[in-house]
Design a protein around this ligand. Structure first.
Ligand code: PLP
Length: 415
């Protein structure tokens, strides 16, 4: 935080016109996509200034997505830890089950504004694909979702949900047949159909203007949380904690607090089996500067710059790169990063279900796992707000399988 104190920074001045967050971000795409990105940048800049666009967005966020979401006091989790108060920002209550719908609605409205009738997206776990399929159905847009063949098998239910809502799900057979290859395929499609098609990217990643635009569409999370806590406790929180895949739910929660220096901001990455090569997806614990799929940021890569394999219990955090704005604020000491291992995540998942009657997504359980540690370390007059980015219905079968294999300690949550 000292760096911030020395040189105050206007969070709204970032990124610069070329999409840079300090040394991170930018536009690293094939020449054939430059025109599309410029068109998108201009269209978004105009929409952002247009009160009618904002009004329409707010309307659909309320009526279709279910905003505002509750800020929920987790009383029994708080008692269990015996320290700071834990509040959960309930993005899990949104339509389609996660925060992703905030951005999907925003970009669908933008596609319509640009006169594009076809939408493409890519998805790993399927959550972003489902959110995109839902908004395309609602707004009458053609929808094609690229998904790795391996992911399609693992997330068969989400594939079916997308198809029910009228999306075409295309299987990607290249490479590891997961998210990275699906993104390549989506970019290829975009190059070919750029005049008719908008690409709805699902996190604060990729080429400018996506990291900025997706961040803006999720800012509502933090704006609401600040007002709700003010109404309830009459003050700011002491710490905000969110899981970080690409980083959209975290940036959405954190953004309006960046200039509140008393509020600690912590992003939690996937620690997987622990921090050794190929066993995790904690980019800030072993990654370094590189370029991948549109932007310059922190990447997990080997000495030759080859992207390393990653592992996480949660598909939504299992990616080798992190959003560029996170890397920037980490350098400045404004956002701290931690990681949670699969075991800690499983314990937090079960504890939240058992003590609060809320089954969190495995992604969100990373934030929870770290919040449990922090709540124990802080006194009872402190307040922690956790981003409960999604619900865990999609994860229960996977967790059931994992717990069945851990027979000796199976019944009951780890303490
Ligand atoms: C996709 C997803 C994430 C990770 O994405 P971010 O862009 O880092 O927010 C986290 N939680 C849930 C529930 C998700 O579906």
């Amino acid at each position: 935080m000292s760096a911030t104190a020395e040189a105050p920074l206007d969070r709204l001045s970032l990124p610069d016109a070329a999409g840079h967050f300090g040394p991170y971000g930018g536009v690293f795409v094939p020449e054939t996509l430059m025109a599309a990105l410029e068109e998108l940048t201009a269209a978004y800049a105009a929409a952002r200034r247009d009160p009618a666009f904002q009004k329409e967005l707010d309307h659909h966020l309320m009526e279709f997505a279910g905003r505002p979401t509750e800020l929920y006091f987790a009383e029994r989790l708080t008692q269990h830890c015996g320290g700071a108060k834990i509040y959960l920002k309930r993005e899990d209550l949104l339509h389609t089950g996660a925060h992703k719908i905030n951005n999907a609605i925003g970009q669908a409205l933008l596609a319509r504004r640009m006169g594009k009738k076809r939408v493409i997206a890519e998805t790993g776990a399927g959550q972003h694909g489902v959110a995109t399929a839902a908004v395309c159905a609602k707004f009458g847009l053609e929808c094609v979702v690229y998904m790795g063949a391996v992911d399609m098998e693992r997330q068969a239910l989400n594939v079916f949900r997308m198809r029910l809502m009228g999306a075409e799900v295309r299987s990607v057979e290249a490479g590891q047949r997961t998210l990275k290859e699906a993104i390549n395929e989506a970019m290829r499609d975009w190059v070919t159909h750029v005049r008719t098609t908008h690409y709805i990217l699902g996190t604060v990643y990729g080429a400018h203007p996506y990291p900025m635009m997706v961040r803006d569409f999720h800012r509502v999370i933090g704006r609401e949380a600040m007002a709700q806590l003010q109404a309830r406790e009459g003050r700011l929180p002491d710490e905000l904690i969110a899981c970080v895949g690409g980083g959209s739910n975290a940036m959405g929660l954190f953004f309006d607090f960046l200039e509140k220096p008393t509020v600690r901001l912590t992003g939690v990455e996937a620690g997987g089996h622990g921090i050794s090569r190929g066993d995790h997806a904690a980019r800030f614990a072993g990654g370094r500067l590189g370029v991948l799929q549109g932007c310059k940021t922190f990447l997990l890569q080997d000495a030759d710059g080859q992207i390393e394999g990653t592992h996480s219990i949660s598909a939504g955090l299992d990616y080798a790169a992190v959003g560029p704005e996170h890397a920037f604020y980490r350098d400045r000491g404004r956002i701290d990063f931690a990681y949670a291992t699969d075991d800690a995540v499983l314990a937090a998942f079960q504890l939240c279900a058992r003590l609060e009657g809320i089954i969190p997504a495995l992604e969100s359980s990373h934030a929870l796992a770290h919040a449990l540690v922090r709540a124990r370390a802080l006194p009872a007059d402190k307040i922690i707000v956790v981003s409960l980015s999604g619900r865990g219905d999609k994860d229960v079968q996977q967790v059931e399988k994992i717990l069945a294999q851990k027979v000796p300690s199976a019944p009951g949550p780890a303490r």
